[in-house]
Design a protein around this ligand. Structure first.
Ligand SMILES: Nc1ncnc2c1ncn2[C@@H]1O[C@H](COP(=O)(O)OP(=O)(O)OP(=O)(O)O)[C@@H](O)[C@H]1O
Ligand SMILES: [Mg+2]
Length: 241
């Protein structure tokens, strides 16, 4: 399997449960050793975790005893020698970016799930990663908030020139966000197809209504279901309507 991520790309990964999406992200993050093949960032092998890659997990996993602001500064305190005042200033900018300036002094328990996930995103961005790795970050958020978050994420990625690798089970989410959607097969470590999402940017919510958008969603869905049925199944586009 081969996947190239160029600077500024937004690539989404979809695939059946258990096909290795999380494992793949963990390998890119450097949390796992690679059994065979290679993973490189900027042409260099990945030796382990590093501040050039930041992970956003499905559950925000914020530190409950720290304020929202101090949760965002946490990564900076751990990773690099940044002066405390500087870290706090930077964290305030990030909270502003995710629309949570007013919640800086609150604690995670006082926030909604969507707000916690915004803090999670701000915390990942705090280390100024080259690549942002996101594993179903909006899966536990209600549909309406999720659409808002998707729009916000796109805005942030453009503003910060972020390269993103985003795992999701939600095909419309993948089509809305991505430049390319990579469909993993049921056998771990296989890519069935890469679907180019050639929809113009910047994208707003209206794009979901376009026939081109719906056609792309259908293409991804057919690929996914064809792949899930296994190699002996009829071609995805040759089955019943
Ligand atoms: N390339 C691989 N080779 C062998 N085993 C793998 C590989 N990738 C993943 N696995 C194994 O498959 C299992 C499921 O992997 P993983 O959690 O990454 O799936 P997932 O696609 O994230 O599933 P879900 O959609 O349910 O979150 C794990 O036990 C993992 O060790
Ligand atoms: Mg997973």
């Amino acid at each position: 399997m081969h996947l190239t991520l160029n600077k500024g790309d937004f690539v989404c990964i979809v695939g059946p449960s258990g096909c290795g999406k999380t494992t793949f992200l963990n390998a890119v993050a450097g949390f796992l050793p690679i059994a065979e093949g290679s993973l490189t960032v900027d042409g260099r092998d990945i030796p382990g975790p590093g501040p050039d890659r930041a992970m956003v997990f499905q559950h925000a996993s914020l530190l409950p005893w720290r304020s929202v602001l101090d949760n965002v500064t946490y990564g900076l305190e751990l990773g690099r020698r940044v002066k405390r005042g500087e870290a706090r200033e930077r964290a305030r900018e990030l909270l502003d970016l995710v629309g949570l300036s007013a919640a800086a002094d609150q604690h995670p328990g006082q926030l909604s799930g969507g707000m916690q996930q915004r803090v999670n995103l701000a915390r990942a961005l705090a280390v100024e990663p080259e690549v942002l790795l996101l594993d179903e970050p909006f899966a536990s958020i209600d549909a309406q908030t999720r659409e808002v978050m998707q729009g916000e994420l796109l805005r942030i990625c453009v503003e910060w020139d972020v390269t993103a690798l985003f795992v999701t089970h939600d095909i419309t989410e993948a089509a809305f966000l991505a430049d390319r959607v990579c469909v993993f097969g049921p056998r771990p470590g296989t890519i069935v197809k890469e679907v180019d999402i050639s929809l113009p940017r910047p994208r707003d919510q209206h794009i979901r209504k376009l026939p081109e958008f719906q056609a792309l969603v259908e293409e991804i869905s057919d690929t996914l279901h064809g792949a899930a049925a296994g190699p002996g199944a009829p071609a995805a586009n040759g089955g019943t309507a």
